[in-house]
Design a protein around this ligand. Sequence first.
Ligand code: PLP
Length: 221
Amino acid sequence: MNNIADNLSEVRINCEKSAAVSKRKPDAVTLIAVSKTFDSNEIRPALIEGQRVYGENRVQEAQGKWPELKQDFNDVELHLIGPLQSNKAGDAVGLFDVIHTVDREKIASALAKEMKKQNRKVSLFIQVNTGSEPQKAGIEPENAEAFHNLCREKYGLEFSGLMCIPPVNENPGPHFALLRKLAQKLDLTALSMGMSSDYETAIEMGATHVRVGSAIFGSRA
Ligand SMILES: *Cc1c(COP(=O)(O)O)cnc(C)c1O
């Protein structure tokens, strides 16, 4: 289990190096430790090392482990990085601080309603399907601007930035570049891109949030 601390330390150093390559300060990049499928005992070593930002891809799984962990580490920041169903919007707004996967009107509407109801503001990202993969979540790149406008005008939502998951067997570079270009066009500053296999590239290309799971916690069952 100790190697979780070692892995985390190595990932942090790599993030700092890549931030330096892109001429940014280390704190310009937020490392999200993706703890999906790992249980509390595997997450604690990272918490003890001071890691406070975590990503989960399922609302229900996160509800099962984080309320208890948060009692011991009350400054944890939780990011939802997996697809959200509108009937889980209330639970998601209650538990998460940041949601990366807003990609359709029904979700935008449900989140706006729940944030008002719970009087709680969650930071939001629009997920963009940069590879236009039919099976993948996210708004098509050419529809991102219209969707952003709709969310703002009709639902009063404010966004921090954009998120993407490039196709598995492709060079991620062009996808990161496309996301960055789109964010500039929409006047959004945050870029959630980069996972275990490509977070260094993502940071060099401007990522402000990298989502790293297996490089910290080991491979998932
Ligand atoms: C699981 C997951 C990650 C982390 O993947 P690793 O390859 O283990 O780093 C990042 N982003 C999303 C959306 C994920 O679902």
